[in-house]
Structure formats: structure tokens, C-alpha cells
Design a protein around this ligand. Structure first.
Ligand code: G6P
Length: 612
């Protein structure tokens, strides 16, 4: 949450900063601001979107080739011009942007106020600015040294960038818990919270680790630890390209990403699902087969949509490999002293690879000596680097705040992991070969589901004014029901709940009346007849049922009982979540668009939650 950009070079900094902030806007959009150095510092900031800031700069954008920018997701202090970043020292000579939370800000603030510092905002960030200023003045230090010393006195998380009138060839960056990447090019350096703002200019990047600080000049880059140990950093090559982070003709990133799912799944399986050889090859886990073979229990930790993928993973691994699985909210795992024993293996799932709670779960498990594997989309992200090993999704960048293609890719990876574990535990190779063949057909089957987009838009029109939705499914469809409800509430602000279908009679049935749309996931698995009975119960209470089912000959019961029946191709039960979630994504998307909601940037949310 919160996006940071920085630039030092020969281009007009404000252009690089505004474009970069737009690409980072999914991280927060409460306010935006820039500070540009051109002899003196110009700071321009504004409540609202980056577009509002850009509009306010039209015709009066500050000139200069060094600057920093920020797009905010409010933690301390409501969204306002004054709480917007950058924050400046009392004399206006340096400016700082911050992503994270300074936990000891109250004590520091009191101490600084006693010394005469006046605070203009309610943010924790301003404390850091005045602390740097205080150290700089009282100890007569250069800015980079004062920043370093200030950081050793704060408790909490930060990604920061600082520019100063003192030195027109200096951009300081530091991180602890909030991601930062440096882009390296000829005579210029870029800084950003993730790779999206850099791709247009360079593919050469240096990832900063926690506890590291970078001094960027036009022709040099020096990285050291906060304890002042100089480091030699590796320059990495970025994999994603510019086209992937643009909308490519779609109205929203979310719709583009829903439609990218066939390709995303194909890329995710490439070189890994090998039906001809009858085996799964997951290169990242190859050196760890012995650990996986010895696993007596698997604990999956994640947040949000990734947690829902984890639930599907539980069903998959228990069903196929017969290993007990527990799925934990990463935020709960860390604080409840989880019982971890020899033979436990932890898998964490994260699209961004930066979610603070999931990262904390990685560290908790590692500190107890438990092997931790990652299922991550963003290459080079903190979780990808801190886990012992893992499997990348290869789904391409996901920019819409509501996760779509990452979910289906996560479930695809979990299916591959489950089959790998099953294969190594002796599952019949012929069965594995059959399963792999069926997996290879999934991209085409997703295309068939996507061809019903118009139909889902029509259904959305009927229910766009509903106040509540219920999503019900059993077995593999239960986590899909949870995910369908989450998608709808995230982007349309309609209250929605997901439940195991059979639990309906223990509570949610009380809510049902003719104004309550109920989405049933009714696949032709062992529970189909029971789910049809649940649908009867809803219909008897005048609830409106939208059913997602498979395209096989049935008794016609669903057509009789439901207002709308969406048919998707029949696949094996354990592969069905990858298809059945797609109509739910499209339904949410169309309802949100019809309600005039900002689909890609829903209120109060952020894509990458780097605070606890
Ligand atoms: C936020 C996003 C969700 C995402 C969750 C976990 O809440 O809005 O879309 O599922 O974080 O993020 P991760 O990057 O760890 O998968």
C-alpha cells in the first residue's frame, strides 16, 4: 500500500513521476504528490487520484530532473492535502515520501514537539522528517547519514525516498518491510515500489532488501545496510514488458485480466504439466523433494483471494495426496503461536509477494525451522526471495485490485503441487497421465466460459440494485462461493456472503426472500442432488436463483427452479474451480460497472497490503 517513485537523471522528472504514480495507483489512491528539485524544491500534492494531481499541475508543472512522488493509502490521518506526501522539513529544504507505518511515532512526536518542532499533518511520516532534520542539525551530519541514523531509531516498516536542496545529485532510498526497486540506466536511476513504473525505461533492476539503504546519483548507485555496511548488489533483468501492464483495448484492467486467464493458465503450466511424459515438473521444488516426501502435514498461509485459493489447495492435496492440510489466515497464524512440528511444511500464497501478514507468516515459520515454500506471482518480490523455494505463477502482472487471473493460476499451481505430491506417494501413473491431459485442455475450456460474457452482462443488469447476495457451493465449489462473494463485495459494494450450501439451513436461509439473489454452484459431482435440494429450499421461499452448472444432460430441474442457468464445460471435480469462478468474476465485474463503481480501484482497498 502506498506507491513510491523516484527519478534522478536527465529527463523532466515530473513526467516520469506522474506516469509512474499512475502505474502504482493500485497501491493506494487517497492522495498523490510530487517533490521536484530545480535549484529549490517544489512540492505539489493533492487529495484524490493521480489524475487530479496531474490536472492541477497542467501548465505549471515544476521543472527539474530529480524528484520523488507518492500515491497514498491512508493509515495515520484521513485523506487530505495536508496529510498527502511528500512531507518537508520545517525550512522546506528536503522532502520525504514514505510507505509503511512508524510504530513508535507517538513517543518520537512528543519528544520532537518538546524540542520545538511543529507538526502540520496527522501522519506518522512527518515524525520521520523532523527526526532526520533534528539529527542533521544537532549532529551536523550530511543528509544521507542523518537519514541512516534516524532509521536506526524508528520502529516499524518503511520504504522511503528523500531529496534535498543540499545536493542536486542525490536521491536517498531505504526499505524495511515495504518494497523498493531501483532501475538502473545510463546516466539515470529510477526508484519505485514495484517494477511497473520502471519497465518503460529499463529492464535492469536492483532489489533492495529490508534494512538496506541506497544512495542514487546520476552516475553511481551505492547500497549499504542501515548499520553502514557497504553491499555489492546483483543487477537483475525484468521479465515483464510494457504491453502487459497496459489495458490493451479493454475498458478496465480487471476485464483484461479475466480474459487473459486462458493464456495465464497456459503459461503457468508450460514445461510443468507434461502429459506425454506422464509427469509434473516443478523446477523450483526439485531440490526439495525429500522434504516434501517426508511432509506429515501441510500448512497453507495467505490472505484475501489467495487464502481462497489455499482452501481449494486443501481439498486438492488431501484428496489427491492424502496429506493433512490446514489453511490459515496469515494474519492469525503469526499471532496465535501456531503449533509447528517436525514434518510440517508451510506453503504461502501471494500474488504480489509483498503482503505484510503473509511475509510475517514466512518469517514466523522459518524462525521455527520449518521449511517454507512460496506460490507467488511477482518475480523477485520479498516473499519469493525469503521463502526456501517455490513455484511462480507466471500469470503476468495483475493490476486490477480485485484478483482474478492470479486466483486461477494459484489454483493451477496448487493442482500441480497436489499431483506432484500424489505421484511421489505412488498414485497410479496412468491416472496422473489422464489428469495431466485434462489439465492441458483447461485454457480452451476457459475460453468457452468467457464466450458467455454478454449473457453475464445481461444477468448483471437484472440484479444490479440488489442489497445482498448469497453464494453457495459444496466441496470444491465452497471456496469458489467464498471467492465469488468476495469479488462482488470488493468492487460493487454489495453485501455478499459465501457459505457451504448445506450450511444454508443453519442461518442464511432466514435472509431469503424475493429480493435475495442466490448464486448456486451446482456441479455434477457427488453432491449434485443435495445441492438441487438446497435450490428447491430457496425457490420455495421465493429467492431468485442463479445457477452455475455443467453443460451435461440433466433432468431439467435447474431450468425449472432457477431464474438463470449458466453452463460451463464439464471437467473432473478437482479441476472445476478453475472454470466455475470465471462466470462469478464476470458477474461481479458487470454489476460493478453498471453501478458506476471504479472497478480497478475500489474504495478503501489496495492491491498490495504492506501494512499489518
Ligand atoms: C489485497 C488485495 C486482494 C488480495 C490480497 C492478498 O486485499 O486487494 O486482491 O487477494 O490482498 O494479496 P496477495 O498479493 O498476498 O495475494
Amino acid at each position: 500500500m502506498c506507491g513510491i517513485v523516484g527519478y534522478i537523471g536527465h529527463r523532466p522528472a515530473v513526467d516520469v513521476l506522474l506516469k509512474g504514480l499512475q502505474r502504482l495507483e493500485y497501491r493506494g489512491y487517497d492522495s498523490a504528490g510530487v517533490a521536484v528539485l530545480n535549484g529549490s524544491l517544489s512540492v505539489r500534492k493533492k487529495k484524490g487520484k493521480v489524475a487530479d494531481l496531474s490536472a492541477s499541475l497542467a501548465g505549471s508543472a515544476p521543472a527539474g530532473t530529480l524528484g520523488i512522488g507518492h500515491t497514498r493509502w491512508a493509515t495515520h490521518g484521513f485523506p487530505s492535502d495536508v496529510n498527502a506526501h511528500p512531507h518537508t522539513s520545517a525550512d522546506g529544504s528536503f522532502a520525504l515520501v514514505h510507505n509503511g507505518i512508524i510504530e513508535n511515532y507517538a513517543a518520537l512526536r512528543e519528544r520532537l514537539q518538546r524540542k520545538g518542532f511543529v507538526f502540520a499533518s496527522q501522519t506518522d511520516t512527518e515524525v520521520l522528517v523532523h527526526l532526520v532534520d533534528d539529527i542533521r542539525r544537532s549532529e551536523g551530519l550530511a543528509l544521507d547519514e542523518a537519514v541512516r541514523q534516524a532509521l536506526s531509531r524508528v520502529v516499524g516498516t518503511y520504504g522511503i525516498a528523500v531529496v534535498s536542496e543540499e545536493d542536486p545529485d542525490l536521491l536517498i532510498a531505504a526499505r524495511n518491510g515495504s518494497p523498493l526497486i531501483v532501475g538502473v540506466a545510463d546516466g539515470e536511476h529510477f526508484l519505485a515500489s514495484d517494477a511497473a513504473p520502471l519497465i518503460e525505461y529499463t529492464r535492469q533492476v536492483v532489489y533492495l532488501n529490508d534494512g538496506e539503504m541506497a544512495v542514487l546519483r546520476r552516475h553511481s548507485l551505492e547500497v549499504r545496510t542501515i548499520q553502514n555496511v557497504v553491499l555489492t548488489k546483483t543487477v537483475h533483468e525484468l521479465e515483464w514488458d510494457l504491453e502487459q501492464i497496459e489495458k490493451g483495448g479493454f475498458e478496465h484492467f480487471m476485464l483484461k485480466e479475466i480474459f487473459e486467464q486462458p493464456d495465464a493458465i497456459e503459461n503457468c503450466m508450460r514445461g510443468r504439466v507434461l502429459p506425454e511424459e506422464g509427469r509434473i515438473k516443478l523446477g523450483g521444488l526439485e531440490d526439495h523433494h525429500a522434504t516434501l516426501d517426508a511432509a506429515r502435514r501441510i500448512v497453507i498461509c495467505a490472505c484475501g483471494t489467495s487464502w481462497h485459493a489455499g482452501l481449494v489447495g486443501e481439498y486438492l492435496i488431501e484428496h489427491l495426496a492424502r496429506i493433512p492440510v490446514e489453511v490459515e489466515y496469515a494474519s492469525e497464524f503469526r499471532y496465535r503461536e501456531p503449533v509447528l512440528q517436525e514434518g510440517d511444511v508451510v506453503f504461502v500464497i501471494s500474488q504480489s509477494g509483498e503482503t505484510a501478514d503473509t511475509l510475517a507468516a514466512v518469517r514466523e515459520a522459518k524462525s521455527r525451522g520449518i521449511p517454507v515454500f512460496g506460490i507467488v506471482n511477482t518475480v523477485g518480490s520479498t516473499i519469493a526471495r525469503e521463502t526456501d523455494a517455490g513455484v511462480y505463477l507466471h500469470a503476468g502482472p495483475e493490476i486490477g485490485v480485485a484478483s482474478t487471473k492470479a486466483f486461477t493460476a494459484q489454483v493451477t499451481v496448487l493442482t500441480m503441487v497436489a499431483l506432484l505430491l500424489a505421484e511421489r506417494r505412488g498414485l497410479d501413473p496412468e491416472r496422473i497421465r489422464t489428469y495431466l491431459r485434462e489439465m492441458a485442455e483447461l485454457p480452451d475450456k476457459i475460453r468457452q466460459v468467457l464466450s458467455q460474457n454478454e449473457r453475464l452482462a445481461t444477468i448483471a443488469r437484472v440484479y444490479r440494485y440488489a442489497h445482498n447476495f448469497l453464494y453457495l457451493g459444496r466441496g470444491y465449489q465452497f471456496p469458489v462461493a467464498l471467492e465469488g462473494a468476495l469479488k462482488l463485495k470488493e468492487i460493487s459494494y454489495i453485501h455478499a456472503e459465501g457459505y457451504p450450501a448445506a450450511e444454508m439451513k443453519h442461518g442464511p436461509i432466514a435472509l431469503i426472500d424475493r429480493f435475495m439473489p442466490v448464486v448456486f454452484l451446482a456441479m455434477h459431482d457427488a453432491t449434485y442432488d443435495k445441492v438441487v435440494s438446497n435450490i428447491e429450499e430457496v425457490a420455495a421461499r421465493e429467492g431468485c436463483v442463479i445457477a452455475v452448472t455443467e453443460d451435461v444432460d440433466g433432468t431439467g430441474a435447474l431450468d425449472r427452479l432457477c431464474e438463470h442457468v449458466i453452463r460451463i464445460p464439464r471437467v473432473r471435480d478437482f479441476l472445476s474451480p478453475i472454470l466455475s469462478v470465471v462466470p462469478l468474476q464476470l458477474l461481479s465485474y458487470h454489476v460493478a460497472v453498471l453501478r458506476g463503481c471504479n472497478v480497478d480501484q475500489p474504495r478503501n482497498l489496495a492491491k498490495s497490503v504492506t501494512v499489518e
